[in-house]
Design a protein around this ligand. Structure first.
Ligand code: ADP
Length: 484
């Protein structure tokens, strides 16, 4: 089984969010199952030098963007058993940030074409190209329009495609003049069943329309995105393709995120030695400038600071929350209004909240390990990884019941004592506060709380099960005949 896994970011090379975690860990799990999966991503200037030094130059080609030909170099690096291929073009990928550039449409058109163009050069003929999010959304359309029947004597003829939606909100919408000025696509593809989207073009929509199968990152989100509220104006095409759409839950890397061996946290601990988790808490409180109170529940938040993550609920409640006997530690960057909200609270409630407006993977790990609770009141959440990391470190999640949060956190039942977290259903600030109060109530009962922590740590959100689901999907696809 040969898979070409196309993605715009992957740990440890480049990361802006959960997509990179998935691309860094799913291929590793699939290779353990015997799948010959190889990853292709851009060679950004941000990739740490230690990895650049180890890369091997594999060759180069030129990619046509209508009237221009752009250089496309290929580098390779085998990392933890997974072959990674990096597309090199200084003009497109030597930038100050990965996305949000004025020419993103052109940059990622180049990337999508390169994903296809380099295959004969590295002599890899995949059965399936597995695309991820809008940045790779054009691949399946380009494959049909320009490659399958017209290039390299049948090299591309039988290749299938899978499109995985990690977040439907980000779609890659660009002006339609890109059709003939940059992509070089016939206008026959510019229709409501294809790439057209409110008189613009939409990369993700093209991926949804032309891929053999579509997946997203949890079963609940796969249902939600077919509704108007969560469908981000694409629910029509998703309903149309619902026979080919399924949800496969993300996992996390259980080796890298192991409280017993993680060098990033203050003190190792395990399910048999929970006292050392308390030491992590005390040292985190100290480092974060919080009052060192072992009995006060410490709640962590690690997130992009955007509306999706439910910060409007926190905005509404922050003074009331911090008026209670709890502490908050926040790590994140994003929209200024949310950054300002946390910075204001830090000034107003000294010793009770620590606002870390930065990107810091080591501090993130210390927060997962050192907190008592982890708050994710998301408006929508395709899968969410924060709650999985926190459970791995015995930190009890408080979440809204949406998308992957609903699929991974079992609501605590005060009568039976079952459950792994505290949840609320509606996007309502009082419901969120109520969930926090319920969690604080149980927290006072050390025996019951310890049982929840242990249950969190016993959950298995490693890739084993989900990687097998992807492998089964690949097998099913290979039984389908390619038709024009
Ligand atoms: P999303 O992909 O929507 O941003 P996820 O929960 O799927 O959300 O994944 C977020 C990932 O990014 C997690 O691994 C989280 O720990 C990490 N992360 C988010 N913000 C920061 C930050 N400021 N510093 C370090 N890691 C962060």
């Amino acid at each position: 089984m040969k898979i070409w896994f196309a993605v715009s970011e992957a740990t440890p090379f480049a990361k802006t969010g959960g997509l990179a975690d998935v691309a860094g860990s799913l291929p590793k799990a699939l290779r353990k199952l015997g799948v010959d999966i190889r990853v292709v991503m851009p060679k950004y200037s941000q990739i740490p030098q230690q990895y650049i030094n180890k890369m091997t130059f594999m060759g180069y080609t030129y990619v046509n963007l209508t009237w221009r030909r752009e250089y496309c170099g290929i580098f390779k690096l085998v990392h933890e058993g997974v072959p990674f291929y990096f597309i090199d073009n200084e003009r497109y990928f030597n930038r100050d940030w990965y996305y949000g550039q004025i020419d993103d449409g052109e940059r990622f058109t180049f990337f999508n074409k390169s994903i296809l163009e380099v295959l004969p050069i590295i002599d890899f003929k995949p059965y399936i190209i597995h695309c991820n999010d809008w940045q790779t959304g054009l691949c399946s359309l380009l494959l049909d329009a320009h490659y399958r029947y017209y290039r390299n004597q049948g090299f591309y003829q039988y290749i299938h495609t899978v499109m995985t939606i990690h977040n439907l909100k980000y779609q890659g919408i660009f002006p339609k003049n890109m059709m003939d000025e940059i992509i070089g696509l016939s206008w026959e593809y510019f229709n409501p069943d294809g790439i057209e989207f409110y008189d613009n073009i939409n990369f993700l929509k093209a991926g949804i329309a032309y891929s053999t199968k579509i997946t997203t990152v949890s079963k609940t989100y796969a249902e939600e995105i077919k509704t108007e509220f969560y469908g981000e104006k694409l629910f029509g095409i998703l309903r149309k393709r619902s026979q080919d759409l399924c949800g496969i839950l993300n996992g996390i890397d259980y080796e890298e995120n192991n409280p017993l061996t993680d060098a990033r946290i203050y003190t190792p601990f395990s399910i048999n030695n929970m006292e050392d988790k308390q030491r992590n808490k005390a040292l985190l409180q100290k480092e974060a400038g919080l009052n060192i109170c072992p009995e006060t529940p410490l709640i962590g938040i690690i997130s992009r600071l955007v509306a999706q993550k439910g910060f409007d609920l926190i905005d509404r409640m922050i003074a009331e929350l911090l008026g209670m006997d709890l502490q908050l530690i926040v790590l994140g960057t994003g929209e200024k209004k949310y950054e300002d909200m946390f910075l204001w609270a830090q000034g107003a409630f000294r010793g009770k909240i620590s606002a870390n407006i930065c990107y810091d993977p080591v501090l993130a790990q210390k927060i997962y390990a050192g907190c008592d609770m982890f708050l994710m009141p998301s408006l929508f959440e395709p899968c969410g990884l924060g709650q999985l990391y926190s459970m791995r470190y015995g930190t009890v999640p408080i979440v809204r019941e949406t998308g992957g949060l609903k699929d991974t956190v079992i609501p605590y039942n005060e009568y039976t004592g079952e459950g792994t977290g505290f949840t609320f259903a509606n996007f309502n600030a009082h419901e969120m506060k109520d969930a926090v109060i319920r969690a604080m109530g149980v927290y006072k009962d050390k025996v019951r709380w310890k049982a929840i922590m242990k249950r969190c740590m016993q959950q298995d959100f490693s890739w084993d099960k989900s990687a097998r689901e992807y492998s089964n999907l690949y097998n099913r696809i290979c039984g389908i005949t390619v038709t024009k």
